[in-house]
Design a protein around this ligand. Sequence first.
Ligand SMILES: N[C@@H]1[C@@H](O)[C@H](O)[C@@H](COP(=O)(O)O)O[C@@H]1O
Length: 243
Amino acid sequence: MRIYKAKDYKDMSRKAANIISAQVTMKPDCTLGLATGSTPIGTYDQLVEWYEKGDIDFSEVTTVNLDEYKGLPRENDQSYYYFMHEHFFDRVNIDVSHTNLPDGTNPDEDAECARYEELIHSLGGVDLQLLGLGHNGHIGFNEPGEFFEKETHCVQLQESTIEANKRFFASADEVPKKAYTMGIKTIMQAKKILLLVSGADKAEIVKTAFFGPVTPAVPASILQMHSDVTLVVDEAAYSKIAE
Ligand SMILES: N[C@@H]1[C@@H](O)[C@H](O)[C@@H](COP(=O)(O)O)O[C@@H]1O
């Protein structure tokens, strides 16, 4: 695991955008695995800024997102579909027909998971997967458990995740209780992984996940086994490592 320490959120975002930009420059028709959450917003903003300056071209890029809430229609402003359009797709020259997310409105869980997994394989896999980190060590919506869930599946969200995400909804009751997410194997099959972590509230989980044992109780810990992971972490999130 390569670890880049960033000064703060802005610095982390710029470093991450640089890595994505290098990927797109080296392979213009690459497949990017994308993530939502507050962590990658600054990275998307930076990429948009460079796009507006003419420094990066997304016209040949394909994207697959990690996850989506089950039951939220695309036009709901908390759906990840809406998030991706708002923060990235509608601001750059990406071909929207080349952007993909699990379909949260498909009530048939087995069919939706099979469709999404198949789609990722048909694209020849993910060249660079962007990831954030949940406070309990989740990646995508792979929650802590007794084993690593392998492929795209439908999850029951944990209380702590609902709690963390309720700030985006009117109340915790409105946060969907289920989500579709790529599985650990799907994520681990990405050729490269770029993981971003920011903030003192993530310091403990950074230590546990990347400097502790590999266990499904901390899903992100599996990333220690991937051969090409870059962790970009700001000082606040790295503060427990020095202890
Ligand atoms: N499904 C998403 C994850 O993909 C994200 O990485 C995580 C952290 O979010 P944040 O970046 O807002 O801390 O939470 C959500 O539950």
